[in-house]
Design a protein around this ligand. Structure first.
Ligand SMILES: Cc1cc2nc3c(=O)[nH]c(=O)nc-3n(C[C@H](O)[C@H](O)[C@H](O)COP(=O)(O)OP(=O)(O)OC[C@H]3O[C@@H](n4cnc5c(N)ncnc54)[C@H](O)[C@@H]3O)c2cc1C
Length: 371
């Protein structure tokens, strides 16, 4: 088998990169050992929040903002080409303080964000409860990132796989064993069905990226960090926006379901929903909005974030010509999907990427690898 580009992994990163490259006219093969979108990508809360996740202005914050800015046109094209609605909700995200220390911390962050000319609104406790009447009376004010929001990651994954297919990408089932090199460059992969030749290889295998032989990354550049989520159903809908406390978050869907997340667990690839994990996320929810205590729990799951040592993605070329990385997205792979697609597609096409990729290069871990 032969293609212009092979993409290893059909999570949201692999599918989005494939969609972009297929639209650019390349012959793209997406290689997925399970079901497209079924791993971390469908387990996510779907929060789109550089303001809360990146904490302070800097390259990572800018990357998140660049991706958020792309989302409206990304979704419009995706929904048109796939026929799948991805459940985008605006209204902003709130980070709520429940004690004076957290309130002080948020005030400090707000002034740094404002000084950098980035949007944030500081709310007092009355204002935050006016926005979200279901919120606990213990709330001591909040930061409101008004242009942020959320979407349904399962729908996003489905839409991306369909759009990539409609644009001409071919999906091949089965496991990639390794990346093949000749003359010092990547020339394809060894797939369980046999070798596949390609002019470029994109590694988008999520938390499993280091299991692909010849990955070219330092040991520990990507590790699994388990996250558990519980879903409660509220009628009428109790909350309307994504709300973070210092301990977790609630992501309301339009139909009244609320996703409560999440744990950050270093347990290798042990995929389980545990009593302790459920207790943690349910407590987060009940502390945020006490009426959640009366809501039925309707679903729960766990999966593995592809975590990098600094929590930031690994993007672009590394030491091996022809091999490109779209991995290590840790907690923000849904947020960063549009910018990943555009940046990696540009690299493969030999065009300048839309953002400076040096801060996210695999080479940032240095010759000695990851400490
Ligand atoms: C509980 C939880 C909550 C989260 N919440 C959010 C959120 O609210 N907002 C946000 O932005 N991000 C969130 N994330 C993070 C986000 O889900 C991930 O960063 C993102 O999904 C990573 O996408 P991916 O395509 O790299 O990985 P995946 O979706 O895991 O895809 C990798 C794919 O590669 C395939 N694969 C692996 N090895 C091979 C191989 N050898 N051969 C062939 N195929 C292979 C796998 O089967 C898989 O389908 C959350 C994650 C979790 C777990």
């Amino acid at each position: 088998m032969k293609a212009d580009v092979v993409v290893i992994g059909a999570g949201v990163q692999g599918c989005a990169v494939a969609w972009r490259l297929a639209r650019a006219g390349l012959d793209v093969m997406v290689l997925e050992r399970a079901i497209p979108g079924a791993e971390a990508s469908s387990a996510a809360g779907g929060i789109l929040s550089p303001g809360v996740e990146a904490l302070e202005p800097g390259p990572f914050y800018a990357l998140g903002r660049a991706s958020l800015a792309r989302y409206p046109s990304f979704i419009a094209a995706l929904e048109r080409e796939s026929g799948v609605a991805v459940g985008h909700r605006g209204g902003g995200t709130l980070e709520v303080a429940f004690d004076d220390d957290h309130a002080r911390l948020l005030a400090g962050r707000a002034s740094k964000i404002e000084s950098a000319g980035l949007p944030v609104t500081v709310l007092d406790d009355a204002e935050v409860r006016r926005l979200e009447p279901g919120l606990s009376p213990e709330a001591r004010g909040a930061l409101w990132f008004e242009d942020e929001g959320s979407l349904d990651p399962r729908a996003l994954g489905r839409a991306l796989a369909l759009a990539a297919g409609a644009a001409g990408a071919t999906f091949i089932a089965g496991r990639v064993l390794g990346i093949r090199q000749a003359g010092g460059r990547a020339v394809g992969v060894d797939h369980e069905r046999g070798p596949i030749d390609a002019g470029a290889v994109v590694l988008a295998a999520g938390a499993w990226s280091l299991q692909v032989a010849g990955h070219g990354l330092p040991a520990n550049a990507v590790r699994p960090v388990r996250g558990q989520i519980a879903v409660v159903a509220t009628t009428p809908p109790l909350l309307t926006r994504v709300i973070f406390s210092g301990h977790g978050y609630a992501v309301p869907r339009a139909d009244g379901r609320i996703l409560l997340g999440s744990t950050m667990e270093e347990v290798g690839f042990e995929k389980a929903v545990t009593a302790g994990g459920l207790r943690h996320v349910l407590e987060v929810g009940i502390d945020l909005a006490p009426a959640i205590a009366r809501a039925p729990v309707v679903e729960s799951w766990s999966n593995f974030r592809p975590a990098s040592p600094d929590g930031e993605p690994i993007l672009g070329p590394g030491a091996v010509p022809g091999l490109f990385y779209a991995t290590g997205h840790t907690r923000n792979g849904i947020l960063l999907c549009p910018i990943t697609a555009d940046a990696i597609a540009a690299c493969v096409l030999g065009e300048p990427p839309p953002v400076e990729l040096a801060p996210f290069s695999p080479l940032r871990f240095g010759a000695g690898g990851v400490q």
